[in-house]
Design a protein around this ligand. Structure first.
Ligand code: NAD
Length: 496
């Protein structure tokens, strides 16, 4: 079945059926592809090719570069179903979420086309007569993208759409758990290139491999920016290595996202927010809701409703109309069980979290989403477990809830459900949420591409996608031009 979709997108069978590295679908564990991983020598060749592409691409006018991304958006529209299907097959996302991820790619293409005509600098008043100052933005160099399994295509598009309009080639190392989608994206990029016409070769390249291949990008001084999405563990290695060679890094790492559910909240709205954020994508979104702080007067009302909703959620094959698909692999299942065991030992009351459908899918890992009730936040709660576990705790005072929310190492997404204007504004204020994303009456997940996406603390501090995230992919230059016949010095200095 995969063949029909791959060939529609332009991927030849020998690219994904002839290698010795097997790709299993999390849906039932069967092998869906066999690829050949890149050697380090091949990585270096690709880096050199990208360097050559940079020399040419940086001189193409930015709006013309935007045209390539407009064409990529067209190709993606044409193949939304094909790529959405492949995302479901390889990452286990339900159909709606696979399609949603491709829509996100289309949206960022549209956004980047607009940006290609808005790479604005500043004009700055000079203190010297007959002088003017300005700030300009220039292409940065080769961009290395390392991505995680759970957003296997959107993260590439967020980076690539902007990097290309900003004048840079991209080399992408997808997750070793989801490399087939990368072959498909590359094939679609090539379709867009064919329509575009005159562009240098190697503007976009894919590296297939594991940590060692990612590390080759990280350590290469020819990679101007490493944009790395994944676990905090990965970021702790990648960040210092890139810093050591004075490269630039954009880190999008783990989250431990929270909701504060206040007494005035619209509970119907909150229930929907909790369900999508905590259970969607089987708890495998960086923005998944992992911690719920409920006001003590609301807990007995909302928690039974959340549990009832959890018990009716359909779990199963992601392309057969279910709401919850599989975990990515056995390791993920074992990590979840280990976290639940620790939670029990720490006095947590656990509901759900069991493996299901193991008769039908002995080589896949489907679980019921878990709820763990704790009296207080503890280190089990402070750790990100990449699975559907929702820790529920109560609070008395809003300030205490805020303090607990911020008392974790990560700082990605957060939200408050309240109809109290003061609480909402405090949550968004300088003493409120310390996360990169803070929402009111919206869950923690499902961000739009128009805003800058990313988080603070151990989430890495990077910002991708909308707003002025394009500046990551450019270098800033300050220019001062003297059009007078004198040479006055700044700060009024008289020198000889
Ligand atoms: P992971 O860290 O295991 O792998 C991510 C990528 O990094 C893979 O391509 C992997 O091969 C590569 N990698 C790992 N170690 C490396 C190293 N030392 N050098 C170079 N490359 C290395 O993460 P995962 O399991 O694929 O994804 C889940 C994690 O990603 C979760 O923690 C989740 O919160 C996080 N995530 C964050 C965001 C975000 O935007 N903040 C988005 C998606 C996922």
């Amino acid at each position: 079945m995969i063949k029909q979709y791959m060939s529609a997108m332009g991927v030849q069978e020998e690219q994904y059926q002839n290698g010795d590295f097997e790709i299993n679908t999390p849906i039932d564990g069967t092998v869906i592809g066999k690829i050949t991983l890149d050697s380090i020598a091949e990585v270096n060749t690709k880096i050199q090719n990208a360097k050559t592409a940079f020399q040419a691409w940086r001189t193409v006018p930015a709006p013309k570069r935007g045209e390539l991304i407009r064409l990529l958006g067209e190709v993606l529209r044409e193949h939304k179903e094909d790529l959405g299907f492949l995302v479901s097959l390889e990452a286990g996302k339900i159909k709606e979420e696979g399609l949603g991820e491709v829509q996100e790619m289309i949206d960022i293409c549209d956004f980047a086309v607009g940006v290609s005509r808005q790479l604005y600098g500043l004009t700055i008043a000079s203190e010297r007569p007959g002088h003017h100052m300005r700030e300009t933005w220039h292409p940065l160099g080769v961009i290395g993208v390392i991505s995680a399994f759970n957003f296997p295509v959107a993260v590439w598009a967020w980076n690539t759409a902007l990097a290309i309009v900003c004048g840079n080639p991209v080399i992408w190392k997808p997750s070793e758990k989801a490399p087939l989608v990368a072959l498909a994206c590359q094939a679609m990029f090539e379709k867009a290139l064919a329509k575009f016409g005159d562009a240098p070769s190697h503007l976009s390249q894919v590296l297939l491999g594991k940590t060692d291949v990612g590390n080759a990008l990280v350590e290469s001084k020819d990679i101007a920016l490493v944009s790395a999405t994944g676990s905090t563990r990965m970021g702790k290695t990648v960040g210092p290595k890139v810093a050591e060679r004075f490269g630039k890094c954009l880190l999008e790492l783990g989250g431990n996202n929270a909701m504060i559910l206040a007494p005035t909240a619209d509970l119907d709205l909150a229930l929907r927010g909790i369900l999508f954020s905590a259970v969607g994508t089987a708890g495998q979104r960086c923005t998944t809701l992992r911690r719920l702080f409920v006001h003590e007067t609301v807990k007995d009302d909302i928690l039974p409703r959340v549990k009832a909703a959890y018990s009716t959620v359909s779990i199963g094959h992601p392309l057969e109309g279910n709401l919850v698909g599989p975990l990515i692999d056995k390791d993920s299942f074992e990590n979840m069980q280990e976290a639940l065991e620790k939670a029990r030992s720490a006095g947590g009351k656990v509901t759900g979290g069991e493996r299901v459908l193991s008769d039908k899918y002995p080589n896949a890992y489907y679980v019921t989403p878990a709820i763990v009730e704790f009296d207080e936040q503890n280190d089990v709660v402070r750790t990100e477990t990449f699975a559907p576990i929702l820790y529920v705790m109560t609070y008395k005072k809003f300030d205490d809830a805020l303090e607990m929310q911020n008392d974790v190492p990560q700082g990605l997404s957060s939200c408050v459900f309240t109809n109290d204007l003061r609480e909402a504004e405090i949550f968004l204020s300088d003493r409120g949420s310390d996360c990169g994303i803070a929402n009111v009456n919206i869950g923690t997940s499902g961000a739009e591409i128009g805003g800058a996406f990313g988080g603070e603390k151990e989430t890495g501090g990077g910002r991708e996608s909308g707003s002025d995230a394009w500046k990551n992919y450019m270098r800033r230059q300050t220019n001062t031009v003297n059009y007078s016949t004198e040479l006055p010095l700044a700060q009024g200095i008289n020198f000889g």
